[in-house]
Design a protein around this ligand. Structure first.
Ligand code: ATP
Ligand code: MG
Length: 409
């Protein structure tokens, strides 16, 4: 049997990027031979094995054919006769379809190296269209390598557009889509992921709520970029520049969805968009089965981001309600993430990227003030049950009044 390094490991070594996980392909072997060498099978009837020591993935060379809708509709054929070239042709992009032996000899039948040099994301063969997930994968690689100057080849973009229009994207499972979306959001330029999806008409299939924001104006005084879609892209860009976690990036993407519902005659104002957007945020959350912390933060940021911006003007009672809504006493981290998302929203505006956001420290201070109310003295005074709750709230309100007064001198 011959063993080759394939896919991302080869690509990233040639790009001079750190290689994190290595995928291997094994040519000329049977499953029985792999098992005899101590490899552990990944699934009952899938020709992929884990190395007994390194745990890295070793796949038998295989060919694939589409046999129905979605990813379940794939049949594969693995046997010792399948060649390296036959295995490589089923892969998505030419830059992902190179192999290397232990002497670093490159096998590159589809000219991945040339495309690496030309900074092009190009599909390997027309079979690209057999798996709609590849639309998301290409958009994700575009986000990852945008800084290096990579773009999607026009003929690949045309295929992606065809896939978007075919209705195949709807057949993707939430799990497969979310894996790509979440990885794309964590790239250095997540806004490029959304831009590429939009350019091939996939955005209006996958997230019509986000797509609808393009062309919707906002007041120029607060939003020099005017367009709500462009604003959303900038907020996402800021979230990556500031190394925010996935929860915050997801909330940034969805925070303004309500603006897509504003009747044109009300433009450029968006009255109560925070509240109107909640049903849309919920729909997107559920469509992709986003993790609970992402779902929660997106809804909270959607509902309260304007409160964040107006923090210094909020009455102490409103501040208290805000802190209660976040359960900041038990979930301080979530409130920190809310503050971060608000700050990204404020900076994701043309020409305002470097602005100060004093609201952030003000909100942190308010949380500290409310959290510093001690329960023990109230217990000692004999409060219990619902009365204790009321007493705690009163004390927190007092603390916030004092905090606001002290902050305004
Ligand atoms: P990453 O750095 O994100 O891990 P990668 O290229 O290694 O990038 P993987 O998802 O680990 O990506 O997949 C390994 C290889 O398998 C890819 O390089 C590609 O050749 C192939 N591959 C993975 N998923 C698909 C797919 N849906 N369609 C076609 N080829 C795929
Ligand atoms: Mg990989």
């Amino acid at each position: 049997m011959q063993i080759y390094k394939v896919g991302g490991a080869v690509r990233d070594r040639l790009l001079g990027k750190p290689v994190t996980d290595i995928d291997w392909v094994v040519v000329g072997a049977t499953s029985e031979e792999m098992l005899a060498k101590g490899f552990r099978p990944v699934g009952a009837d899938f020709p992929v094995f884990l190395h007994p020591k390194s745990g890295e993935e070793y796949a038998l060379a295989r060919t694939e054919r589409k046999s129905g809708r979605g990813y379940g509709g794939f049949t594969f054929h693995a046997s010792p006769e399948v060649t390296l070239e036959e295995d490589l042709i089923r892969r998505d992009l030419t830059i992902n379809a190179m192999a290397e032996d232990d002497q670093q000899n490159l096998t590159d039948p589809y000219h991945g190296r040339r495309d690496l040099e030309a900074r092009l994301l190009r599909h390997v063969s027309p079979a690209f269209a057999e798996d709609p997930l590849r639309v998301l994968r290409v958009a994700r690689f575009a986000a990852r390598y945008a800084a290096l100057g990579f773009t999607v080849a026009p003929e690949t973009m045309a295929l992606m557009r065809q896939l978007s229009e075919s209705g195949e994207l709807q057949a993707l499972t939430a799990e497969r889509s979310w894996k790509e979306i979440s990885r794309a959001l964590m790239e250095d330029q997540p806004q490029v992921f959304i831009e590429v999806l939009r350019a091939c008409d996939a955005l209006k299939v996958l997230m019509p709520e986000v797509d609808a924001l393009f062309g919707v104006p906002q007041p120029e005084a607060h939003h020099p970029e005017i367009d709500t879609g462009l604003h959303t892209l900038s907020v996402l860009e800021q979230s990556a520049l500031h190394k925010q976690p996935l929860t915050v990036r997801w909330a940034c993407l969805l925070h303004d969805l309500g603006k897509g519902l504003t009747p044109e005659e009300d433009w450029p104002r968006h009255i109560a968009h925070e509240h109107k957007g909640l049903q849309l945020i919920k729909a997107v959350n559920e469509r992709f089965k986003a993790p609970k912390d992402c779902q929660e933060l997106a809804l909270l940021v959607g509902e309260y981001h304007t409160h964040g911006h107006r923090a210094l003007e909020l009455k102490p009672s409103t501040l208290l309600e805000l802190l209660q809504s976040f359960d900041v006493y038990r979930r301080p981290q979530r409130f920190e993430e809310f503050i971060a998302a608000c700050e990204m929203d404020a900076r994701g505006r043309k020409g305002l990227e470097q602005r100060n956001y004093p609201q952030a420290d003000y909100l942190r201070g308010a949380a500290t003030a409310a959290r510093s109310v001690a329960v023990q003295p109230l217990l000692e005074k004999g409060f219990k049950g619902p009365e204790l709750g009321e007493a705690i709230k009163r004390e927190r309100l007092k603390a916030l009044k004092a905090y606001k007064e002290a902050a305004s001198v």
